[in-house]
Design a protein around this ligand. Structure first.
Ligand SMILES: [Fe+2]
Ligand SMILES: [Fe+2]
Length: 192
C-alpha cells in the first residue's frame, strides 16, 4: 500500500520537514507535472502514477536545509558526498524513518542527481524530468525536443541526457561519480 506521506506528496502536500522556497517549489511542481504527464501517457496504473508524481515533489524537499543537518542523517559513503548531492540520500533517509519502504522510490530520490545502476523506471523518469523541466534555462531547443520524445522513447532520451551530463562534467574537468559511469556502461551495453 502506498504510504500516506507519498500519497499526500503526489497531491502537492509536502511533509512538515520539507524546506522549499518559492522558486524551488515551482521547480518541483514542474518536475512533478512532467512525471504526471508521462505516467498518464504511458497508461500507468494509478498507484504507479502516484509514486511518479510524488517523486517529483519530494526529490528536492530538503535541498534548502543546512548541510550539517543533512550530513548528520547519513552514514557510509553517502555521508562523504559533496554538499550539493546530500539532499537526495537525506530525503530518502527521512522518509525511511517515517516508515516508507518503497525501495524503488527511495532509491530514485536518493540518487536523482547521479543515477544508480539499480534504478527502476521511476529513477530514470525522475532523473530525466529533473533535467528536462521547462523552467531550466539551458539548451532549451534541444531539451524541448527531448521532452517531445517522452515517454515513448524513454530509454533513448535517458541515454542522451545521461551522456550529455557526463560530457559536461568532463569538459568542466569535474569528477564523475562511479554510479554514473556504471549506469552509462550498462546503457551502452544495452543492459539497462
Ligand atoms: Fe536535486
Ligand atoms: Fe531538482
Amino acid at each position: 500500500m502506498t504510504h500516506l506521506l507519498v500519497e499526500r506528496a503526489a497531491r502537492g502536500q509536502l511533509p512538515a520537514w520539507a524546506a522549499l522556497g518559492e522558486k524551488r517549489r515551482r521547480h518541483v511542481e514542474r518536475v512533478a507535472g512532467l512525471l504526471e504527464g508521462w505516467a498518464v501517457a504511458g497508461n500507468l496504473p494509478s498507484e504507479e502514477r502516484t509514486r511518479w508524481i510524488a517523486a517529483g515533489y519530494l526529490h528536492d524537499a530538503v535541498k534548502e536545509k543546512p548541510e550539517d543537518e543533512l550530513r548528520a542523517l547519513l552514514s557510509g559513503k553517502d555521508r562523504a558526498l559533496p554538499e550539493s548531492l546530500l539532499h537526495g540520500p537525506a530525503v530518502a533517509e527521512i522518509m525511511r524513518r517515517e516508515g516508507v519502504d518503497d525501495r524503488e522510490l527511495l532509491l530514485a530520490l536518493a540518487y536523482h542527481t547521479l543515477g544508480h545502476p539499480e534504478f527502476g523506471r521511476i529513477g530514470w523518469a525522475l532523473y530525466v524530468a529533473d533535467f528536462l523541466e521547462p523552467g531550466r534555462d539551458l539548451a532549451n531547443e534541444w531539451r524541448a525536443g527531448l521532452r517531445a520524445r517522452m515517454p515513448g522513447e524513454m530509454a533513448d532520451v535517458t541515454k542522451e541526457v545521461l551522456g550529455s551530463r557526463i560530457i559536461y562534467r568532463l569538459e568542466q574537468g569535474q569528477h564523475v561519480h562511479q554510479e554514473t559511469i556504471t549506469c552509462w556502461n550498462l546503457m551502452a551495453e544495452g543492459q539497462s
